[in-house]
Design a protein around this ligand. Structure first.
Ligand code: DAT
Ligand code: MG
Length: 150
């Protein structure tokens, strides 16, 4: 639906490398509506909740350490098939397998520094939005949608 929401996050490497504007621009230009945006320095406990599904993986401690290495930019983007389309725009988890034209395929090389996060299902997206934006997200009419949705 056109009101589907996804949680997109620029990871510490993306912030340090000056990719925040580029990543925002891609979602903006594609036609998605910005519903929430902030710079954050989450705690270890918060990140462990975000990545709870991966807590058994051998790379989990390294992943948490990386995510704690600097601020992240948290966003909610809304629009048609936002979750699936967001994942396509991000590219594969391993940047070497990501197609050029995707964010990871254009800006990353290694899985442990893959620049950005995107929700993998509508259900997980809603969980992530609740975790990262307990204050709620914006509700407004995006006038450009008249020229995006037929
Ligand atoms: P994605 O971020 O594409 O949703 P994921 O949820 O499976 O991928 O994993 C979360 C992050 O954990 C991923 O962006 C990078 C890291 N990661 C995943 N698989 C890894 C692996 N095999 N080795 C090291 N880091 C990994
Ligand atoms: Mg994931």
């Amino acid at each position: 639906s056109t009101t589907e929401q996804t949680y997109i996050m620029v990871k510490p490497d993306g912030v340090q490398r000056g990719l925040v504007g580029e990543i925002i621009a891609r979602f903006e230009k594609r036609g998605f509506k910005l519903a929430a945006l902030k710079l954050a320095s989450p705690s270890k406990e918060h990140l462990e909740k975000h990545y709870a599904d991966l807590s058994d993986k051998p790379f989990f401690p390294k992943l948490i350490k990386y995510m704690l290495s600097g601020p992240v930019v948290c966003m909610v983007w809304e629009g048609l098939d936002a979750v699936k389309t967001g994942r396509v725009m991000l590219g594969a988890t391993n940047p070497l397998a990501s197609a050029p034209g995707t964010i990871r395929g254009d800006y990353a090389l290694q899985v442990g520094m893959n620049v950005c996060h995107g929700s993998d299902s509508v259900e997980n997206g809603q969980k992530e939005i609740a975790l990262w934006f307990p204050e709620g997200v914006a509700q407004y009419k995006l006038d450009a949608q008249t020229w995006i949705y037929e």
